[in-house]
Design a protein around this ligand. Structure first.
Ligand SMILES: Nc1ncnc2c1ncn2[C@@H]1O[C@H](COP(=O)(O)OP(=O)(O)OP(=O)(O)O)[C@@H](O)[C@H]1O
Ligand SMILES: [Mg+2]
Length: 244
């Protein structure tokens, strides 16, 4: 069994004249928590899109998950193989409760019976420490943090081997970010490999074993978080040339 759960090789996504992701190569080790940073528009979300085929795969390049080429697979097949993602923009079903939402996700991705799906939903809600008495409310009444918990739980019900999170900390308060930090560490310790895009650097640096920085669709730097954030090219990319 390969040490790498995900191998991305020369992945490219072209929109008209724009190479949003341009020849990106990296791999993710089994069990690792890998962070992805980069300025706005650097191609982070597009990279997640083309890895998961939601909503599109790469223009060119290869994606291997658990050793198999998945870059021409439909999205549902990739998800059912254990590669799950969340989205930058919260998108709950406002009229469905957390329980119902998760049961739908489990039924779709893991193809479970209704009873088994509801059990999965309960387990995922417990993992994200969803508030007692909140899981039967229509989701439109949930707080920003509860919607994040629900989004993460909606991936957990499908038993991900690799969980990809796109800016889960956006819009959260400092204490909520600390809760999220604990949750991500717990999920990772339970055996789930995690790939995390995040602008909140305190969270990214706290949880990531390794960090990749994208800039203009390319990998600008990769390595230990402390080394990467001190890299002058990374500082320049973030500050637009103002390094002092
Ligand atoms: N569906 C699309 N059609 C055309 N251009 C797109 C599409 N999706 C993304 N882009 C462009 O690709 C580039 C990379 O966008 P992307 O959303 O991947 O950046 P990002 O690093 O996730 O940024 P942010 O930190 O703001 O979320 C941007 O220039 C964006 O406008
Ligand atoms: Mg993005």
């Amino acid at each position: 069994m390969s040490e790498n759960i995900l191998e991305v090789s020369e992945a490219t996504k072209v929109f008209g004249g724009l190479r949003a992701v341009n020849g990106v190569t990296f791999s993710v080790r089994r069990g690792e928590m890998l962070g992805i940073a980069g300025p706005n528009g650097s191609g982070k979300s597009t990279l997640f899109n083309l890895i998961t085929s939601v909503p599109f795969g790469p223009t060119s390049g290869e994606i291997r998950f658990k050793g198999e080429r998945v870059d021409r697979w439909p999205a549902h097949r990739i998800a059912r193989a254990g590669l799950l993602r969340t989205f930058q923009k919260d998108a709950e079903f406002p009229d469905l409760s957390a329980n119902e939402t998760l049961a739908v996700c489990a039924t779709y991705n893991a193809q479970l019976s209704r009873t088994a799906a509801l059990e999965k939903a309960e387990a995922a809600l417990a993992t994200v420490k969803f508030g007692h008495g909140r899981s039967r409310l229509p989701s439109r009444y949930l707080s920003v943090y509860e919607k994040k918990q629900l989004m993460i739980a909606s991936a957990l019900v499908s038993d991900p081997a690799l969980l990809m999170l796109d800016e889960p900390a956006s819009g959260l308060t400092k204490p909520e970010i600390e809760q999220l930090d604990d949750l991500l560490v717990a999920i990772n310790r339970s055996g789930v490999t995690v790939l995390l895009i995040e602008h909140v650097l305190s969270l990214l640096l706290s949880v990531s074993e390794r960090l990749i920085v994208l800039n203009q669709g390319k990998v600008l730097a990769e390595g230990k978080p402390v080394d990467v954030v001190g890299n002058p090219e990374v500082i320049t990319a973030y500050l637009g040339g103002r390094t002092s």
